[in-house]
Design a protein around this ligand. Structure first.
Ligand code: NAG
Ligand code: NAG
Ligand code: NAG
Ligand code: NAG
Length: 311
């Protein structure tokens, strides 16, 4: 009886605009509001449960297909100004709108021009986890994602997220090395000031090109956003070389909390578990010649089945 009343009350509250926005933030990476429950909390998040094109996925190197039509990716080489924020779910940099459209992504598997609007960091509590995507069942200690929206077709991010070919995400997997990427330290230092949820700080002249590995090879597939509402409008581009991150940089990020500061739960393991690939194709432009230091080392080549060959 009581639970019915409580439910009715909650459902009623959910319809109020103010409470609704609070409700929108009420999801986590563990416990009763964790990834396996996202789809049942909000009808707008149904795809988190029901979608067949969900991300992240575990990339199986043996089933990647080499696609000679894939062009190289073109990312504008400009420094960015933005606001770094601890959202309680992640650390993200939102590019200032007034400086919008400064970083465009074209080429690669993309048929439209995409403009970067956000950079997100995903990490874990230990070095053997943290990335959202896996390669051959293996996780990486962190994943940096550049989120961009289709600025040729859509006026804003909200609209693009719900629309065909709306979003492109360029993901970089991080690998531990004694000397981490020095340019990444600027972001780590900024994040270091944000020990509790809701805090934000400005970041000036952050160089994306200095943190991205110099590679033209990548893997690509069609998937979704990895946070609610899991919209299936994302073309993923996973660069084939990692970024280097030091233990010190990683530790600094792991110290951040998703509450009100010291003593509150740490912002840890903020990655969504891998989702079924449902026979989706992962394409690559990684040439047959092996590159040193890449996340994927080998590709299969296309072999004609003898039985099907015209005689
Ligand atoms: C990359 O972008 C630059 C600047 O917009 C442009 O001049 C160049 O042609 C592009 N290259 C490719 C391969 O798309
Ligand atoms: C970004 O814009 C906000 C206001 O929209 C401003 O307060 C902030 O200083 C700007 N930050 C940077 C890094 O330009
Ligand atoms: C990026 O694309 C936008 C929208 O098409 C355009 O206004 C802007 O000039 C482009 N920026 C660069 C650096 O090419
Ligand atoms: C986003 O664009 C759509 C369609 O152009 C428009 O209806 C909507 O008001 C815009 N939303 C925001 C937040 O600007």
């Amino acid at each position: 009886m009581f639970s019915h009343i409580l439910c009715a009350l909650l459902c009623m509250l959910q319809d109020l605009p103010v409470v609704r926005s609070m409700w929108d933030e009420w999801w986590t990476y563990d416990g009763i509001s964790g990834p396996s429950r996202w789809g049942s909390y909000n009808t707008e998040w149904e795809l988190c449960d029901k979608g067949r094109f969900q991300s992240p996925i575990d990339i199986n190197p043996a089933s990647i297909v080499f696609d000679p039509n894939l062009q190289s990716l073109n990312i504008t080489n400009e420094k960015i100004d933005g606001v770094v924020m601890n959202t309680g779910h992640d650390i993200r940099v939102s590019l200032n709108k007034s400086h919008g459209h400064r970083i465009n992504i074209t080429g690669g598997p993309l048929s439209y021009k995409y403009s970067v609007f956000q950079i997100k960091l995903h990490l874990g509590t230990a070095d053997d986890k943290g990335s959202e995507h896996k390669v051959a069942g293996k996780s990486f200690p962190a994943e940096i994602q550049l989120l961009a929206y289709n600025s040729e077709l859509y006026a804003n991010v909200t609209h693009a997220k719900k629309s065909p070919y709306g979003i492109a995400v360029v993901a970089v997997l991080a690998v531990l090395k004694d000397l981490g990427n020095q340019h990444f330290s600027a972001l780590v230092r900024a994040a270091g000031k944000l020990n509790s949820k809701g805090l934000s700080t400005d970041l000036y002249k952050f160089s994306l090109s200095e943190i991205l590995p110099t590679t033209m090879t990548y893997m690509t597939y069609e998937g979704s956003l990895t946070q609610p509402g899991c919209q299936e409008t994302v073309t993923w581009v996973i660069l084939n070389r990692p970024m280097y991150i030091s233990s010190y940089q990683l530790e600094k990020l792991r110290e951040l909390t998703r509450g009100n500061g010291i003593g509150d739960p740490l912002m840890e393991n903020n990655f969504r578990p891998v989702q079924p690939d449902n026979r989706r194709l992962v394409r690559t432009n990684i040439p047959i010649k092996e590159e040193p230091d890449c996340t994927i080392k080998k590709t299969t080549s296309y072999i004609v089945n003898d039985k099907l060959k015209p005689s």
